[in-house]
Design a protein around this ligand. Sequence first.
Ligand code: CTP
Ligand code: CA
Length: 231
Amino acid sequence: FLRPQQAQPLAGCKLLITAGPTHEPIDPVRYIANRSSGKQGFAIAAAAAAAGAEVTLISGPVELHDPAGVHVIRVESAREMLDAVNAALPADVAVFAAAVADWRVESEGGQKIKKGAGAPPPLLLTENPDILASIAKREQNRPPLVIGFAAETEHLLDNAKSKLARKGCDWIVANDVSPATGVMGGDRNTIHLLTRAADEISVESWPVMSKDQVATALIARISKAVRTTES
Ligand code: CTP
Ligand code: CA
């Protein structure tokens, strides 16, 4: 028998989650993308809803169904994702699981680029807005708990620690995405959770888990943190 607080530890809590890749248009028929499947972010949204939270999931293009009880907003590009995130605030907790494209093409072609007799067209890139950093550094409506991911192929903990500081978030969920791990597109994930309290960073290393188990464990940690702040 579960007391209501145990069954629905996030009842009354508003969670905002980003997931999936973004697509950055080159011309009307082509885009830049990455290998993110969206599975981890969707699993976190489902686990949060199961814990009683009110969940808004803002996702780039993925082939996944809406999780039960989750409000899903589908976007294409990083700039659309940023606008949707800003519109979804305020939130109690924000989890940025999306693999946002770091760059977009500087000027999108209005027509399909055609092959010519000359050299292939150069793609001039410009940096996308950093959605996590812009929310973590907001003066107004900053969610009390802002959680980022760090996808790394080398120097995992060092890179994750500097990301935590640089982006101004509270926690970083660091995962090794080097090809041998099969994390990108796969069903398993190896997580190191970095949490920051004042200037002290703590690291918890979790065993290899399915992405669903990672979601459940993360939601349990979030529930604990939310309860501690409330009491
Ligand atoms: N992120 C974001 N907006 C971006 C880039 C990243 O919100 N334009 C978020 C991701 O959702 C993730 C975190 O920032 O929560 C870290 O993303 P990552 O790609 O690992 O870090 P970057 O800062 O982009 O650095 P790099 O890709 O060079 O490692
Ligand atoms: Ca990046």
